[in-house]
Design a protein around this ligand. Structure first.
Ligand code: P6P
Length: 365
């Protein structure tokens, strides 16, 4: 199984990935995908830092609305193209799905989208990449942290095609390539663009964090083998939605605010409103983060395929839990690419305590 490689801090990501590929030949193709991801993240970091200087802040001039119904920012489109190009020219990807793409895109080994309305050419890529190129982009003009979230699946050999839909054949083919549960993830990670640019990822055997050293232009290992504390003292939710939350969650948060939770201590509230930043703090400091279901959004706001599932993989690999309330997020198979899911994740004991409220109150119903 996976042989972990050198863990001394300071080793570059490029060297880490070369050693990892040498020790784990079955992951050597993932290494070239990671090489393209890290290059894309360096480019995105630069774009975000210099967006005001380069005049690429604000909304997309065309006033375009993405499939989520959100106004697209210039950086949403630019960063999506950066990541898409970096990934497709690896020649390792069969399909990519993005928050900023209406439907998944099937690629040939030169990285060109290969489907048209009727003919589906063969694609030699073995993997599927799913990503949110700039999560939290609504915050970027105010200098608030943002991030890139990505997940890598193996591409299934065959794909059932449902001829009922009105999408062209290849889009249907791609769609089923991407609709995989988090348990099928081969790798997942995020890149945080904040006071530092930090790439945190897992390949199924622990979580490692690399920080961009801009003096040498390399990510270097700074957070080997990240383990989330079993319990924290921070809860991280958008409390403006509190009146619409499930009752179990309201009771749980009330207990934390009154110091009446299992730890007996009052928790602090920290909410940045950028998932990557809130999850990164939760991974390092412990505590609980969530975008839960509410009466207005029964499935919450975060997307299962390219936000909640990759983050759930990371949190579980670091020793934490990631649930919809009661159900394990990684077990959920998406029905649609942009499907939303309630997402509550963090320290094992904090999330387990939250789950007790759901189990106790729903069984009482
Ligand atoms: P709200 C950003 O738009 C995002 O998708 C996540 O990064 C973040 O956790 C959430 O939405 C914030 O949503 O409704 O609290 O502003």
């Amino acid at each position: 199984s996976f042989v972990n490689v050198c863990e001394e801090t300071g080793v570059t990501l490029s060297r880490y990935m070369m050693e990892m590929a040498r020790e784990n030949p079955e992951l050597s193709e993932v290494e070239s995908i990671f090489s393209s991801v890290q290059t894309a993240c360096k480019t995105i970091s630069n774009l975000v830092r210099r967006s005001s200087i380069r005049g690429i802040t604000g909304l997309e001039d065309s006033g375009s609305i993405n499939i989520q119904g959100e106004e697209q920012k210039k950086l949403d489109v630019i960063t999506n193209n950066v990541l898409k190009r970096a990934l497709q020219y690896t020649g390792k990807l069969a399909t990519i799905a993005s928050e900023e793409e209406d439907t998944p895109v099937l690629l040939d080994n030169r990285g060109n989208a290969v489907y048209s309305n009727d003919v589906l050419l063969e694609s030699e890529g073995r993997y599927v990449a799913v990503f949110d190129p700039l999560d939290g982009s609504s915050n970027v003009d105010a200098g608030i942290p943002t991030g890139t979230i990505f997940g890598i699946f193996e591409s299934p050999e065959e794909c059932e095609i449902d001829l009922e839909d009105d999408m062209d054949i290849a889009a249907r083919q791609c769609l089923s390539n991407t609709l995989q549960p988090g348990t099928q993830l081969v790798a997942a990670g995020y890149c945080l663009y904040s006071s530092a640019t930090t790439l945190v990822f897992t390949m199924g055997n622990g979580v490692n964090g690399f920080t961009l050293d801009e003096q040498i232009g390399e990510f270097v290992l700074t957070h080997p083998n990240i383990r989330i504390p079993n319990r924290g003292k921070i809860y991280s939710f958008n409390e403006s939605n509190r009146n619409d939350w499930d009752e179990p969650l309201v009771q749980y948060i009330n207990a934390l605010q009154a110091g009446k939770g299992e730890s007996g201590k009052r928790y602090s509230s920290r909410y940045i409103g950028s998932m990557v930043a809130d999850v990164h703090r939760t991974l390092l400091y412990g505590g609980i983060f969530g975008y839960p279901a509410d009466k207005k959004n029964m499935d919450g706001k975060l997307r299962l395929l390219y936000e909640a599932a990759p983050m759930a993989f990371l949190v579980e690999q670091a020793g934490g839990l990631a649930l919809t309330g009661k159900t394990r997020i990684m077990d959920l198979k998406p029905k649609k690419v942009h499907q939303r899911v309630p997402c509550i994740l963090g320290s094992r004991d904090d999330v387990a305590e939250m789950r007790k409220y759901y189990e106790t109150m729903s069984s009482a119903e």
